[in-house]
Design a protein around this ligand. Structure first.
Ligand SMILES: NC(=O)c1ccc[n+]([C@@H]2O[C@H](COP(=O)([O-])OP(=O)(O)OC[C@H]3O[C@@H](n4cnc5c(N)ncnc54)[C@H](O)[C@@H]3O)[C@@H](O)[C@H]2O)c1
Length: 252
């Protein structure tokens, strides 16, 4: 897919969508930094990619910390000579209705989900401009467009990611730079993060999905891989929904 030999940072790479993206990119011949707050999980994923014949290393990262974001990019450059692909995927939920939502819950979700994308994109910008190649793929959510009860913090963070994606595409792209910035917006994907919502709703959300199944991490990772590839090089500033049709909102 034209990305063999390039290197990628995948945040939130220890689990779910990030893990699947790290594995798919590595299978394309991309060297991957699996970056996650969960250092042990990130190391396990990196070791498993290496055992499968890929190239990967891990980095303990809190995306909400600017300095750690910069150190992660420094590691990628030290280890692989460049950073071409950034999968800004780390995310958290702290769902609760507005009257019960604490300022700490609001701040954490905004700092990690949206602030993390800002920190990592900012740290990658100069290296990508110098190399004249870059693919930034942010993980948004359909909640950013449609909201969700109990998700004031989460939906706001994801709507912010959509806006950030468009602005960065305008700022960073040019023929010379060859940088694109896009987002994927998953629907209901089976990962630890969605466990609470799936169980609170007795798994009834699946009835709203025209494809009649929840998504897998690989369903989303496939879109991420495409946006990172040469084939996806004319897609820019877009939020690609990967939800099996859930957001169409009707089914009969
Ligand atoms: N699962 C879904 O249904 C769904 C739907 C829409 C969007 N998303 C988004 O997809 C992304 C990945 O989520 P997932 O479903 O794979 O969840 P997950 O819980 O399986 O993975 C999230 C990873 O992010 C890591 N992480 C959390 N805080 C971090 C921080 N401060 N710094 C670095 N890493 C951190 C976690 O340790 C974990 O490994 C998130 O941005 C999430 O909002 C998920």
């Amino acid at each position: 897919m034209g990305i063999v030999g390039k290197s990628a940072i995948v945040t939130g790479g220890a689990s779910g969508i990030g893990e699947a993206a790290a594995r798919l990119l590595a299978a394309e011949g991309v060297s991957v930094v699996v970056a996650d707050l969960n250092a042990e999980g990130a190391a396990t994923v990196a070791e498993s990619i290496t055992a499968d014949g890929g190239e990967a290393t891990h980095f303990e990262l809190n995306v909400a910390e600017m300095r750690e974001a910069e150190e992660c990019v420094e590691l990628a450059i030290e280890q692989y000579g460049e950073v071409s692909i950034l999968v800004n995927n780390a995310g958290v939920v702290r769902d609760t209705l507005l009257p019960m939502m604490t300022r700490e819950q609001w701040d954490l979700v905004l700092d990690v989900n949206l602030g993390g994308c800002f920190n990592m994109a900012r740290a990658c910008t100069r290296p990508m401009m110098q190399k004249r190649f870059g693919r930034i793929i942010n993980t948004s959510s359909v909640a950013g467009r449609f909201g969700g009860r109990g998700q004031a913090n989460y939906a706001a963070s994801k709507a912010g990611i959509d806006a950030l994606t468009r602005v960065l595409a305008m700022e960073l792209s040019s023929k010379k730079r060859n940088i694109t910035v896009n987002a994927v917006a998953p629907g209901m994907i089976v990962t630890p993060l969605s466990e609470q919502v799936r169980s609170l709703t007795d798994d009834k959300i699946v009835d709203l999905v025209p494809l009649e199944r929840y998504g897998t991490p690989e369903d989303v990772a496939n879109a991420i891989r495409f946006l990172a590839s040469e084939e996806g090089s004319y897609i820019n500033g877009q939020v690609i929904v990967v939800d099996g049709g859930l957001s169409l909102g009707v089914k009969w």
